[in-house]
Design a protein around this ligand. Structure first.
Ligand code: NAP
Length: 281
């Protein structure tokens, strides 16, 4: 199926969908399992083939659920997982990756991220990522929750310039990265992967998002997602365990906010005028 979803470029030129799917909190409740698998598979059919998970989610249960959802469609997906900082040593990364591959029922990850920065020296983690890449277990590696100074340090470490992306908290209500981190990444042709693009369903109760949603006959979630997707060099991974919300999220990728709508959002959700420390969930 041809996808109508835009794409963003990794630093090596490979293109990935600008709209994907998250999986945090999936695979934890047996009663929701079938709906979650259906939602993920619906998203894949709609072209939301960038799928993010982590060894942390559900203590491995989320990767197991995703492995089930990917049966027969694995090769159509750009699969992302993340390693815990406490597993980020040379041997720890390799062992953690093997476990993730087993749960996901695949022989390789398309992208492997350091979930957040811990105490293991960055050079050691990079070395482990490169060993996995040489062995064909991962195709790309990157980081998550790295602020600009962390990125500077990473790129100064041996091999650190092979980082493919930084997955960060970014949405209309959390615009801090616009001040320096997003421009820093853009200057290095590194896409930002926006997590919690609808703010983990905690968007403000009443804001211009509602006015735009009412006028357009869409939901506030769709407006918030459309806003993120308008940003160049940014891809977004909303999580939904419901087919109807996945369909809404897909439709949001076709929503073009007008200059007036964007201005109303800027007035309420002000862009940063100074450095704000990177937030994380
Ligand atoms: P999110 O995607 O912003 O929001 C998810 C919540 O919004 C869920 O409660 C979902 O409920 C609801 N939702 C999604 N689309 C909706 C729609 N169209 N209409 C109504 N409700 C909708 O938050 P997130 O899960 O925190 O972030 C997304 C993904 O990013 C995660 O799943 C995870 O893969 C990744 N992440 C990474 C980090 C990190 O540290 N690297 C941190 C947080 C998240 P339903 O399921 O009921 O639709």
């Amino acid at each position: 199926m041809t996808s109508d979803i835009a794409s963003v470029s990794l630093p090596d030129g490979e293109r990935i969908p600008a709209l994907g799917q998250g999986t945090w909190e999936m695979g934890e409740a047996p009663a929701r399992r079938a709906a979650e698998i259906a939602a993920l598979r619906c998203g894949i059919e709609l072209g939301m083939t960038l799928i993010d998970t982590a060894e942390m989610y559900g203590d491995g249960a989320t990767e197991t659920l995703l492995g089930e959802a990917l049966a027969g469609v694995r090769d159509r997906v750009f699969l992302v997982s993340k390693v815990y900082p406490h597993n980020a040593s040379r041997r720890g990364v390799i062992a953690a990756c093997e476990q993730s591959l087993k749960r996901l029922k695949t022989d390789r990850l398309d992208l492997y991220l350091l979930h957040w920065r811990g105490s293991v020296p960055l050079a050691e983690t990079v070395q482990a990522f490169e060993a996995l890449r040489a062995a064909g277990k991962i195709r790309h590696w990157g980081v998550s929750n790295f602020d600009t100074d962390d990125m500077e340090e990473l790129l100064a470490a041996p091999g650190g310039d092979a980082c493919a992306t930084n997955q960060i908290l970014y949405n209309v209500a959390r615009r801090g990265p616009e001040f320096d981190l997003l421009p820093w990444l853009a200057a290095r042709k590194m896409p930002a992967m926006a997590y919690s693009p609808v703010d983990h369903a905690r968007l403000p109760k009443r804001s211009p998002l509602d006015d735009i949603a009412d006028a357009r006959g869409v939901s506030v979630f769709q407006v918030a997602l459309a806003w993120v997707l308008l940003k160049p060099g940014v891809c977004a991974i909303p999580k939904s365990g419901r087919v109807e919300h996945v369909r809404d999220n897909h439709r949001a990728s076709q929503l073009r906010l007008s200059a007036d709508e964007l201005a109303a959002l800027d007035t309420y959700f002000k862009p940063p005028r100074s450095k704000r420390a990177l937030e994380m969930l």
